[in-house]
Design a protein around this ligand. Sequence first.
Ligand code: ZN
Length: 189
Amino acid sequence: MGIFDDFTGSNFEAKDLLGQFFTIDLQDDGFTLSNADESVFEEVEWNEVNDVFYDDDHQTVNVELTGGKILVIKPSYSNYPQFLKSVPEKFPNFNREYVSEFYAELEGCFVCGMVAVHDELCENCGCGHYDPEIDGEEFATPEAYYKQMQLEYFELTVDPGTSKFFQRFSEWKPLITEDELDEYNESLE
Ligand SMILES: [Zn+2]
């Protein structure tokens, strides 16, 4: 079965341990799973899926295809929370209590204003929580860091808007003005 084997059993685990970074991209009727250089690229339609169920750890999700192969979806994969919410209702073995538990542990993002931070990284905007060891050299304070991230994240207006997947973060506040955003955008041209 070629490349599907990479997602099952020991081959797949070996790749994962090498630190391959996988991304899940959602489509209307399914999703794709790929690594950074797309040497692994799988396209799955929900109507080709037999079953979706959690592993014993209540974190890893197994997607069993009609041919019997199992794709392993891990919390470290980019867009994992969005994936959890996209599993169609027709899979009764997929325990949505664990989805709720996962979402309950997400933290608020000071950049984009959504409750979407998992393992120090925001799944909505891609920004990390301020880390003095990594960001401290360039940014003296968390506020300076978040300000720069807001300049880079927001496009036309400083407004988190709404998300299909994430709640608004009540403690979020704009650290930049609309004028500063305009100036920043002009400076990029
Ligand atoms: Zn964010």
